[in-house]
Design a protein around this ligand. Structure first.
Ligand code: ATP
Ligand code: MG
Length: 398
């Protein structure tokens, strides 16, 4: 065995991790790190969540953890998953599984104690990487070589794997966006293209999650173009505009990628949000980012930029400036303004209008709007006293 057959990283020695592994070993449960944490460590990147595969049924795993006074939550016990919580950190522990039945959307699984069987039902070679507690790698499909080459490769026959779960088409492009380097794996791509017309059977929620995770990749545009070429967006994003605006947006964002804003860069209609069943909040934000009403004029002077920033609110103003890739003007200056300026609050309220003898009703709102317009036109310099004076003048005129 060479040093390359092992991984080692500080997170593996963290006290919470050691405590978890000791409890499992004491309870007779074999455990290996699996998935993203192993993959990211091999790439020398920071890891996200720590997931483990375990070789005993979930009830046994829960008993082992409880015996060590570790908090454990049965988060998905039917599918073999429990979550241990140590020092407020969650660890997902999933029992080794095999597929009993698949229908292209969801699988019926049974538990097994065979690591290779568990590995075989995973999607891509580098997603079937395991590391034992001492860091020894189990890499049955040579995923490491594929990872090093930037090659996203299906485990087994790609068409069959996609027939088992059509979401794998989207995952193919998601993992290409994150870890792929050209050329894209030809066999996988061809299988995705052959199966693209069947993606309509998936649930909107699963599709949206994969799509947003793809869009969160540092440079998602090439993979998205490949997806369009394969027809993989025909059902879920028929209005996709291609990646011209997205590429420009990615160049403007710096290191603050925002998947929903990136979605706004590839579609033109809020209907997308409904089709993907995004949350109410996400739907609203997408609509605001796309609505022609909220278009920004980037080449205005600083007063105009402040007025626009005030009207839209800072975060929407930033979204619109970043997305306005065809608008003339200095987008960097507009962005710098938004990041350094806090829109003030209008110094007068409805109560001030009522104190001037107006009766509650629509007129009050109209007067407030009028004084606000005046205050904005004056570049927000008028203080409360001046705003009250203007308000009195407006009331007298009314
Ligand atoms: P990330 O770091 O982005 O979460 P991940 O590899 O952990 O990446 P997940 O979607 O969280 O990706 O899935 C965890 C693991 O479960 C994958 O690495 C893969 O082995 C397996 N997996 C998840 N979804 C599927 C699927 N649809 N088909 C086959 N295997 C899957
Ligand atoms: Mg994960």
């Amino acid at each position: 065995m060479t040093a390359h057959d092992k991984i080692h990283a500080p997170w593996m020695d963290a006290p919470a991790v050691r405590r978890l592994l000791a409890a499992l070993a004491h309870g007779g449960v074999g455990a290996r790190f699996v998935g993203g944490c192993v993959r990211d460590t091999l790439l020398g990147r920071a890891i996200g969540d720590i997931d483990l595969a375990v070789d005993k049924p979930p009830e046994t795993v829960m008993r082992a953890l409880e015996a060590a006074a570790i908090k454990v939550v049965p988060t998905g016990i039917k599918h073999g998953t429990v979550t241990a919580v140590i020092e407020r950190r969650p660890f997902e522990l999933t029992t080794l599984r095999r597929d009993v039945e698949t229908d292209g959307r969801r699988a019926v699984v049974a538990f097994t104690d065979d690591w290779l069987v568990d590995a075989s039902r995973r999607d891509f070679t580098f997603n079937a990487l395991y590391a034992s507690p001492d860091g020894r790698l189990f890499d049955p499909f040579d995923g490491r070589a594929d990872l090093a080459a930037g090659r996203v490769r299906f485990i087994g026959d790609a068409d069959r794997r996609i027939e088992e779960d059509r979401l794998r088409v989207l995952r193919f492009f998601r993992f290409n966006a994150w870890f792929g380097r050209p050329p894209i794996d030809g066999e996988g791509f061809a299988a995705c293209r052959r199966n693209a017309a069947t993606l309509g059977a998936l649930s909107a929620e699963r599709v949206a999650k994969e799509l947003l995770r793809l869009l969160a990749a540092p440079e998602p545009a090439d993979s998205l173009d490949a997806m369009v070429e394969a027809g993989a967006l025909d059902h879920w994003l028929p209005e996709c505009l291609g990646t011209r605006i997205l590429r420009a947006l990615v160049g403007r964002e710096g290191d603050q990628p925002d998947p929903l804003r990136r979605l706004a860069a590839i579609v033109a209609t809020p209907a997308t949000a409904r089709r993907l069943r995004l949350s109410t909040q996400e739907t609203l934000r997408l609509e605001l980012m796309l609505s022609p009403e909220n278009a920004v004029q980037v080449d205005g002077d600083v007063r105009s930029l402040r007025a626009q920033n005030y009207r839209l609110g800072t975060s929407l103003f930033i979204d619109r400036v970043l997305l306005a890739v065809d608008a003339p003007g200095d987008w960097r200056a507009a962005l710098a303004l938004a990041r350094s300026w806090t829109p003030p609050d209008l110094p007068v309220t409805g109560a001030d209008v009522l104190k001037l003898g107006m009766k509650p009703g629509r007129k009050v709102g109209d007067l407030l709007d009028a004084v606000e317009q005046w205050w904005i036109a004056g570049d927000f310099t008028a203080d409360r006293a001046s705003c009250l004076a203007e308000l009195r003048r407006l009331v007298a005129d009314a």
